[in-house]
Design a protein around this ligand. Sequence first.
Ligand code: BGC
Length: 752
Amino acid sequence: MLVGVCLTVVAGAALASVSSPARAASCPWLNTSKSPAERAREVVRAMTLDDKIAMVHQPDPIWTHYGVAGYIPPNPRLCIPDLMLNDAGQGVGDQEINTTAYPSAIAQASSWDRSLQRAFGRALGFEAWHKGVNVQLAPDINIARFPMNGRNSEAFGEDPYFMGQTAVAEIQGIQENPVIATVKHYALNNHEVNRMTVSSDVDERTLREIYTPAFEASVRHGHAGSVMCSYNRIHSIYACENRAMLTGILKKRLRFDGFVMSDWGGTHSTIKAAKAGLDMEMGVAPGRYFGSALKSAVQSGAVPVSRLNDMVLRILRPMFRLGIFEHPHAPEPQAYSANVETPDHIALARKVSEEGTVLLKNRGGVLPIQGTGKRIAVIGDAGGPHGTALSYNTGGSAHIPEAGTKADVVNPFQGIQQRGTADTDVVTYTDGSSMADAAAAATAADVAVVFANDAESEGNDRPDLHLSNAQNCTLVGCSKLPQNQDQLIETVAQANPNTVVVLDTGGPMLMPWLAKVKGVLQAWFPGQEDGNAIAALLFGDVNPSGKLPQTFPKSMADLPVKTKSQYPGVNDKNGIPHAVYSEKLRVGYRWYDAMRIRPLFPFGFGLSYTTFAIRHLSLKPAGHNATGATVRFDVANTGHRAGAEVPQVYVGFPASTGEPPKQLKAYARVFLAPGKSRSVALSLNRRSFAHWSLAAHGWRVSPGCYRVMVGNSSRAIARQAVIAVGAHCANARTHIPAGRARVSHQQGEDRR
Ligand code: BGC
């Protein structure tokens, strides 16, 4: 339990205040024996119109509070604590100091480790609360539709099921503290160019199969207290005033009972947004649309008071559910100066980076670096003896301001030197600004390790960030490393046959030099423990186990998104850019499979210093009359080192459903000593076999023959078997029923 002390610490300070008899008498909803919904209703009944309006917009400019992004004031008369809203998914950021810089979300995801992700969420919530924050603006769960998205590093990759699993773990961890998690950005916020104006135009089936499932998992299984609607439009209507999306899908179909806040400045109207289902305006103080304008709209009857009551109820319910009344956040300004970067959190940041770094290539066993007296040339963005490396972190709202400047940050050069010295290795550093110096350093070494990086920030897509070397880029030709780093790698590889590249990039890069280097590690933006983590991996103290949550293309011409109409969109007659999601379901590996294109590195791929085998697949029906199955197989460590493997279960649907060739439906992370093997059982449920039916506007299971595949990447299937779902299949050994033909909307759409 890394942060198990949290609630104890909190409770001591807070209980004294809530237990005062006078407060309890005037605020009967402080009685914790009632349900959160009941307590919320009681508060709303006691509120004036002004009390309610005060809860749905930000009154003061944010710089009047400490380090955060948003603020809802307390209501002392009604004993309602304030809400402090802060970014985001790599740590507690905005202007906060003394917090831990964890690895970026895409690195977290690469561990495929739900319990580690939950521990991270728990630590994030702990740090937030102690910094005076009780609404954390994370996780970001926008699907990686293509690698040039400027926020690629902030989310968990390209697969909807995997995105949902990772998000649920993080949300549950955050909300173990009296802190509300916020899933964002709802929805279809998949690139940054024109993000404030673009209309994302997608068909219903693609929306429900690719872009909403992670939100569904987050609210239904993670019980996220809050959802942030996005800047973009959806079919011409702003996401934050889109009734079909907010009320129709999110609140009714997915049964979200928390509140929807707008992205900062993402509210565009009063009556339309309120009636569409927006519950809180954020970003403009005093609230431009949900302040006095909303008050007038309620007074005139243009917005029913019942809608305003519902907004406030939705905000209060998670506040009660997560104990925010009993445990109001640590007070500012003391919280602002508090140091929450505990030794446990630093160790956690290191573990996430170690597990989230992906070994992409290891020819001839160039890694791990072994033996004593090795000469190691560290080249490029590794920080050097005194400096800091550039790539701990993303830019924009998720940026952790101090990550690169903290005294205790160990950069990669320092990490390698410290680890190497123990083995009497000689480590040199060359920053890579001179090709000649880099070549000379590489020539004099046994192993050359080149660190290359890129930069990412919201507001820009990656081509914008690379303009220095990207003049020749076509629209989608820009996923090259900036500032001649490709050339640096080529030069070093020519000088030393044992060249290893470490990529500190927010997303997939092209690797024109791949054939010339022996090793590649994808470390993403690794956070403040970068140096220690990468040294442990390079020297084999830790065996790499990360797997890609996103496909790496061989060429930008292979991407599913290629036309201007798909990205960044074409203006309509009113000047609104429309990005048409015409690739439909074929996102990420679904596209590469359907088009039979070999990627550079497939989704789910990652090497280890040991080897594994997956054997003995068997399928068992889930039980009487249930559409589901247990998938059982053995995983064996067939090499000489301990390590973790991630077996992945994919389902191939019958062709008649029109689904892409395979979809991830289950996975596990299995740690094994050398020579050991373990039997793994994973469950498939009704939803694993369901597709979105346009006729029924719901999830349906089509009778037919489904293939169940197990492998250690989307392109390395070790075993497969056919399962007959409500049908006869000649080659099937397992039969399960197709289940109910119809599920009514009232019952909820993903009942199993
Ligand atoms: C971003 C959000 C962020 C908000 C508050 C916006 O620019 O899109 O992700 O939470 O700012 O900082």
